[in-house]
Write a protein that binds this ligand. Sequence first.
Ligand code: PLP
Length: 397
Amino acid sequence: MKMSEYIDEAESVLLHTYNRYQIVFDKGEGVYLYDIEGKRYLDFAAGIAVFGLGYNNKKFNDAVKAQVDKLVHTSNYYYNVPAIEAAKKLTKAAGMDRVFFTNSGTEAIEGAIKTARKYAFNKDGKNDHEIIAMNHSFHGRSMGALSVTGNPHYQEAFKPLIGGIKFADFNDLDSVKVLVNDKTCAIILEPVQGEGGIYPATDEFLKGVRKICDENDILLIFDEIQCGMGRSGRMFAHEYAGVKPDVMTVAKALGNGLPIGAFLVNEKAAALVPGDHGTTYGGNPLVCAAADKVFDIFEEEHILENVNEVGAYLSEKLDELVNEYDFITAHRGVGLMQGLEFNVPVGPIAKETIESGVILITAGTNVIRFVPPLIVKKEHVDEMLKTFKGVLDKVNA
Ligand SMILES: *Cc1c(COP(=O)(O)O)cnc(C)c1O
């Protein structure tokens, strides 16, 4: 069947919640994707910052296949070895004490919110606790996660959301301070805002928020779902500021494409006990075997070193674009999580770039996001730029 025929079929059966690019992908190899008509694309989106280790990584595939043949699912009434191994590696990498595995990012956020409410409930037995979240944040689409997502457009039709959520301005400590009271149980933020337009938190902001939390016995929740797992050049982006959270969420690159997320807590925030929380699939042997292998490959293939080297190169090149094109107004980012801000809508630019064979994604209406697989090389950056600049020149003309 032709691509257009598949797309017609898709639109007759799938719920129309996305305006998709008109591509049906077939397979991937390294940093390249191929559609079902054989066209090759250089991928600078990685399935929204997920496919860190690249497509068709043999070590990863072999580990997953071996686990498929052994055991895929058992439920959480029992223990399984891949979950134990993945938990040891994740807690060690994160410097956190305990982990709960979920199936997605949004579920990890639900767990973090429940942790915060239970922690406060244990202290005063009250049900009026508040959480401070950030404007322009993104934490997911389920009701709790949506409630702390600072984007009114995503929330509007789904109210009432969960109560007791207040919004402060990212990187503005005073705006956080004025919202703190004795009902506040948590402050939640992304160390680098992703969907909101690639905004890294300042060290000063993270340190200040940590201080507020310490002084008021409030839990600090870092959402590292997008910026974590090496994307920033550190295993977790908050390491740059040397500030540790009480609760942390991870997903996206954790399973390199298999659906696994997690929330981690320090011993103090381990407030959930039997009966408080659960999941049927979460942490099953298959997805945990994948996450376990991801950590091995990070070490064996020196992923962080590559992110730092190629991230610095990408960053330098994107700075040049800001100087070169008047409609590019800013460049922000860390490691292989970079963004270019435009003063024109970026939707058509992304679409044209994709049609020219390079996959890019947007963040909001005026930011182009660069989140390639973490194994990308400088030559791929050059290849991406050649195509991207071709498109920019057309826009400029
Ligand atoms: C993607 C994302 C989520 C939601 O994860 P899902 O797996 O899509 O539910 C939450 N927080 C951040 C920062 C994200 O980037």
